[in-house]
Design a protein around this ligand. Sequence first.
Ligand code: CU
Length: 117
Amino acid sequence: MCALLALAGCTGNGNGVATTPGPTSTPSTTPQGTEARITIKGFNFMPADLKVRPGEKITVSNFDSAPHTVTSKEGNAFDTGNIEGGQSATFTAPSKPGSYPFFCSLHPRMTATLTVG
Ligand SMILES: [Cu+2]
């Protein structure tokens, strides 16, 4: 019988990975409001009804390969012009509260609504 006392050689002090102890406290950053965003994918606007504040900046991201626009149906309230496939554009929401249906001028069957309030 041969009793082996396996003494793990614990020399050295760990693997040297420097970890920050405890959770990092939230640094005081600029207040991050809800970012208004319209996504175009598969010839659809998402969301179909976006609510924003008056004058809020809205980012439109086109994930299709085809170009699209975000064009107000009434009163030229806003119009991004052509957003090429894979590109983004921004526009500013109207300052007047209300419901603003919009569509894609290249594919008029694409419709959605921007609600300002
Ligand atoms: Cu389109």
